[in-house]
Design a protein around this ligand. Structure first.
Ligand SMILES: C[S@@+](CC[C@H](N)C(=O)[O-])C[C@H]1O[C@@H](n2cnc3c(N)ncnc32)[C@H](O)[C@@H]1O
Length: 264
């Protein structure tokens, strides 16, 4: 076994991150960056270092699962969600089920919950459940806690902050229970081949598959297709695209915002 293979096997066993599913050059770039920071000159040395240096395992996990996110990332997507997607779903039924896949520290799922909350307030018969998942249990714990710095909420309107957050003594802001109640946070690996639930009305998986290889992207598109109801929505990241093998599974509803519906 070569040094690189030994290292990614070790990462698979200890961090449960299956590097083979990601683009190889992406994994190599991340590993090389950690090797530079720890002054290790090759994969074998870095593997030895990981074996005796537990904190580095945590740092590596972070480096491999980039968690950058923000509230209402790409505001146009949320406008479309509010004006078109959610009204369309609530015309079909009273309860809407959403999967926010690769939710990181929770900003995306809480942004969806804030968007939903206006509609739910107007009509008490309507309800919603958001499954928010991530492979990284550390970010998921932060999402569940729902505490954000002043900087993180700077783009929210004063009305949104007032309604959905409680200011804490240290000037951070905690999401209020009425938003949290809409969301169930669970660990989930998108490469496991199993969806978090079936008969979903909307899946958002944004800025996650940029790190996946082509085969994995196609497999995930098939997984999402199987987990959605007919005409259910799939929202990708703005710079992401459906692979050739998956194009026939979805019809573009808003090609600029990368919003699709499931075709049968
Ligand atoms: C850049 S963040 C995107 C967060 C959010 N969706 C957004 O658009 O702002 C990517 C997230 O995908 C998660 N991720 C990476 N590989 C994953 C996998 N195989 N299964 C589930 N989540 C994964 C990472 O842990 C990270 O939190």
């Amino acid at each position: 076994m070569d040094e690189f293979t030994a290292l990614i096997q070790y990462i698979g066993q200890t961090l449960q991150i299956q590097c083979g599913n990601y683009k190889e050059d992406y994994i190599k770039r991340r590993l090389l960056s950690r090797m530079r920071s720890t002054s290790m000159s090759n994969y074998a040395e870095y593997l030895k270092y990981l074996n005796v240096n537990t904190p580095e395992l945590e740092i590596l996990r972070k480096a491999l699962t980039i968690n950058v996110t923000e509230f209402f990332r790409d505001p146009d997507v949320y406008e479309f969600l509010k004006d078109v997607v959610l009204p369309d779903l609530f015309r079909r039924q009273k309860q809407v089920r959403i999967w926010c896949a690769g939710c990181s520290t929770g900003e995306e799922s809480y942004s969806i919950a804030m968007t939903l909350s206006d509609l739910l307030l107007e009509n008490k018969e309507l309800s919603a459940r958001i499954y928010a998942t991530d492979i990284d249990k550390v970010v998921l714990a932060r999402a569940q806690e729902g505490i954000y710095s002043q900087k993180a909420i700077v783009k929210l309107s004063p009305a949104q902050v007032h309604r959905h957050f409680t200011r804490l003594p240290d000037n951070s802001y905690q999401v209020r229970p009425h938003l949290k109640e809409l969301i169930r946070f669970c660990p989930h690996d998108l490469m496991s081949g199993v969806p978090i639930a079936h008969r979903l009305d909307l899946i958002t998986c944004r800025n996650v598959i940029i790190y996946f290889n082509e085969a994995q992207k196609d497999e995930l598109a098939r997984l999402f297709h199987g987990a959605l109801v007919t005409d259910g929505y799939y929202i990708m990241g703005k710079t992401e695209y459906l692979g050739r093998q998956a194009e026939h599974l979805f019809a573009a509803k808003n090609p600029v915002q990368k919003i699709f519906v499931r075709k049968d």
